[in-house]
Design a protein around this ligand. Structure first.
Ligand code: NAD
Ligand code: GLY
Length: 364
């Protein structure tokens, strides 16, 4: 078992990483208040892991369950309202606790519901996808999508604890596992060259789900995420590096329609595009860029944007990015492998030229 603390003063919390955490430990019970608990999950995760969680809560006087439809396309204000409906219909007061049991879609929505129900109630993250275990359950970004942009409605709101049971990953489909790997390799690219080297050396074992390697990668990812969030909880500056590849990726997701490409797939292609721009403006070498492309590919992720997605679509959605400040787009670019910066200090022509090439490639 590993324990990582996210140090945020009175909002500090622990992340527990254990194979079998759902059944063998008892870390989360102490965060359940007198007002009872609403466990929110989805129709895919419920048959797999809901009973294990319910078995842990038999002592709670009031324990209710809400099972939502599954999918990114349901990460909406309408679905969020179903959580409020369940809380209000169930008579839950401010000393109730929400539990998010599922991937990033459930975690983000339940976190936002917790942030806003009666102006804030505690919540616990039990992430069940690789992506949510290494990224979305940690750091307090919560929210839902809007038809005009991804994650545009939300709040910063930290959980009371994050319980990571690596054993639940055994049922995760390969495509979802690859999507989670996108966020793991991201930490190597942006923050930790030694971790990147370790990932390159162990990528075959990781993709075969060698559980000891997977657990090591999860722990290191959570440590890096915790360090970045501790330095800049509300993304005034440094935290933006966690969005490496995401500005391009969000444009891909928004353009295709939510749920066509998985978030991690869009981030995979987006990281290659951000790395290519870093190369084109002379910040990294061709060899560095090749390492990014190779590792993204070894994770089974796309290294090119979707066919028929051109400059106009990228620019339309990138202009809506949350990192646009004073009309200037910020991108996360690599100064070196293991060192990223969120910056608007790149020649706009370089971005225009990169995106124009998509059109040229399609024409030739
Ligand atoms: P997801 O929540 O849609 O889960 C992926 C699929 O796996 C779903 O069908 C789900 O039901 C299923 N699933 C979950 N656990 C399973 C298990 N153990 N076995 C079998 N199937 C399982 O997607 P995700 O990749 O976890 O999260 C993506 C979301 O996270 C996006 O909405 C993205 O915007 C968000 N996100 C948020 C942050 C953040 O900081 N808050 C960071 C990254 C991504
Ligand atoms: N996944 C980006 C962040 O948490 O800031």
């Amino acid at each position: 078992m590993a324990k990582i603390t996210v140090g945020l003063g009175e909002r500090s919390y622990d992340i527990e990483v254990t194979a079998g955490a759902l059944t063998v430990t008892s870390m989360f019970e102490r965060f359940i208040g007198k007002g009872g608990v609403l466990v929110v999950t989805n129709e895919t995760v419920a048959p797999l892991y809901l009973q294990a969680v319910k078995d842990r809560l038999t002592w709670v006087g009031k324990c209710e369950v809400l099972i939502l439809p599954d999918g990114e396309k349901f990460k909406t204000l309408n679905t969020l309202n179903l959580i409020f409906d369940a809380l209000l219909a169930g008579g839950f007061s401010r000393d109730a606790t929400l539990i998010a049991l599922g991937g990033g879609v459930i975690g983000d929505m339940v976190g936002f519901a917790a942030a806003s129900y009666q102006r804030g109630i505690p919540f616990i993250q039990i992430p069940t996808t690789l992506l949510s275990q290494v990224d979305s359950s940690v750091g307090g970004k919560t929210g839902v999508n809007h038809p005009l942009g991804k994650n545009m409605i939300g709040a910063f709101y930290q959980p009371k604890t994050v319980i990571i049971d690596t054993a639940v990953l055994a049922t995760l489909p390969d495509r979802e596992f690859s999507a989670g790997m996108a966020e793991i390799i991201k930490y190597g690219f942006i923050y930790d060259a030694a971790f990147l080297g370790w990932l390159e050396k162990n990528i075959a074992g990781l993709m075969h789900r060698d559980w000891a390697l997977v657990e090591t990668a999860i722990v290191r990812s959570c440590e890096i995420k915790a360090a970045v969030v501790e330095a800049d909880e509300r993304e005034n500056d440094r935290r933006a590096i966690l969005n490496f590849g995401h500005t391009y990726g969000h444009a891909i997701e928004s353009n295709l329609g939510y749920g066509q490409w998985l978030h991690g797939e869009a981030v995979g292609a987006g990281m290659v595009m951000a790395s290519e721009l870093s190369l084109n403006i002379g910040w990294i070498t061709a060899r560095d860029h090749q390492r990014v492309v190779a590792l993204v590919a070894q994770c089974g992720l796309p290294i090119l944007p979707p066919p028929n997605m051109y400059a106009d679509a990228f620019m339309r959605y990138m202009a809506l990015d949350k990192k646009v400040a004073a009309g200037k787009l910020k991108l996360v670019l690599l100064r070196a492998l293991g060192d990223a910066v969120a910056t608007s200090e790149f020649p706009p022509e370089a971005l225009a030229a990169q995106l124009a090439k998509l059109q040229d490639a399609a024409r030739s």
